[in-house]
Design a protein around this ligand. Structure first.
Ligand code: TXA
Ligand code: MG
Length: 339
């Protein structure tokens, strides 16, 4: 009898399931239609999806992530046409950026349309919209036929997921499916561009830099993440500790790495780092590849369960594009090491 009961309990226990191919998309659509959550791959990181127009479904995203209700979500669309349905006004600047970078890692903040529930936008009057460049994400949104919210699919404040296994490990046994789209090639989150105010600005740096956005708009565009007060008001998710491994993490100069003890995990890109002890994770010197690998390395470093993780600051880039990627990486590293 007891064995039977245990078997029943095990069957009832929720499980995170990783699914592939057309079945995964069909199951995903079914779940979204029933107000449930679906984790899906994008080119940046995995997102935790729900029907963006269903406030009850969106509330489950906040609950599972443990995300403060004051931090708004990104709405994922299949293209410009769908984007227009969630904003009050599709501006000329939005058209220019979307034509240049969508599908791709750029999110646009615009005045919201009435159909978007307040919970998505933390009850503000703007909405963040993005069209992801991943065939699975696009197939899911297109088959569902409606926009999907998608914060990164990790518990709030922790390392973002770039593989389906990261998502499953992060949430444990919960009633969730993860659509397997392999490793996310860009590896860090999209650039968030605020087009809703008087002055267009980048709120979160990404692979596409402020200089490139400025070139597309034909004017100078600044990245304002350093201006904490403004950032709090405009984009709550870009301040303070975030992207954090459980293991205490710090940025280290190349010189310091050699002194690492047995219990340190090192993320180093210099070829001349030969630590006397510890675990070495070699990082690429190319900054695009570094970004692509960053979260995977942090997850791996965290799993090693050592006393600390030391990260060698990435090399200075020579081109404007490299400098933009480096700034985006440094923003993640600073916050992974925060406090
Ligand atoms: O690459 C990405 O953007 C990934 C993939 C899954 O698309 N998503 C992602 O979502 O990074 P999340 O929730 O982890 O980060 C969204 C960021 C936060 O910093 C949030 O504060 C900001 O976008 N954001 C969302 N809506 C906003 C709004 N209406 N105004 C200003 N900032 C907003
Ligand atoms: Mg996130």
């Amino acid at each position: 009898m007891q064995r039977l009961m245990n078997k029943f309990k095990n069957r009832m226990r929720a499980m995170t399931e990783i699914l592939e191919g057309p079945t995964a998309i069909a199951t995903g659509v079914d779940r979204l239609t029933n107000g449930q959550l679906v984790a899906f791959p994008t080119e940046t990181v995995y997102g935790l999806g729900a029907d963006a127009l269903d406030g009850h479904a969106v509330a489950k995203v906040f609950a599972l992530k443990g995300r403060p209700a004051t931090n708004p979500l990104i709405v994922h669309v299949s293209g410009i046409q769908m984007a227009k349905t969630v904003v009050a006004q599709w501006t000329q600047e939005a058209e220019l950026i979307a034509k240049a970078y969508w599908p791709g890692p750029v999110t646009l903040v615009l005045t919201k349309a009435d159909c978007v529930p307040g919970i998505v936008c933390a009850n503000g009057d703007t909405v963040a919209v993005r069209c992801p460049a991943h065939p699975c994400a696009l197939a899911l949104i297109e088959a569902f036929g409606k926009p999907i919210v998608g914060p990164s699919a990790n518990p709030s404040g922790r390392i973002s997921p770039t593989t389906p296994e990261h998502v499953a490990d992060g949430f444990g046994d919960v009633d969730l499916i993860v659509i397997d789209g392999g490793h996310c090639r860009a590896g860090i989150e999209s650039t968030v561009v605020d087009l809703a105010g008087d002055i267009s600005k980048v709120l979160r740096p990404g692979i596409v830099g402020a200089h490139a956005i400025g070139e597309t708009l034909g004017k100078s565009v600044e990245c304002v993440t350093q201006q904490a007060e403004d950032s709090v008001a405009r984009s709550p998710g870009v301040v303070g500790a975030h992207y954090q491994p459980r293991t205490p993490t710090k940025l280290a100069s190349t010189g310091l790495l050699a002194s690492a003890s047995e219990s340190v995990v090192l993320l180093a890109w210099s070829t001349d780092v030969h630590p006397s002890g510890g675990t070495l994770i070699s990082m690429p010197q190319d900054l695009g590849q570094y970004a692509s690998m960053l979260y995977r390395a942090l997850h791996q470093g965290d799993k090693a369960s050592q006393d600390s993780i030391w990260i060698e600051e990435p090399a200075i880039g020579s081109t404007a594009q490299d400098q933009a990627i480096r700034a985006a990486i440094i923003e993640r590293l600073d916050r992974a090491a925060h406090g």
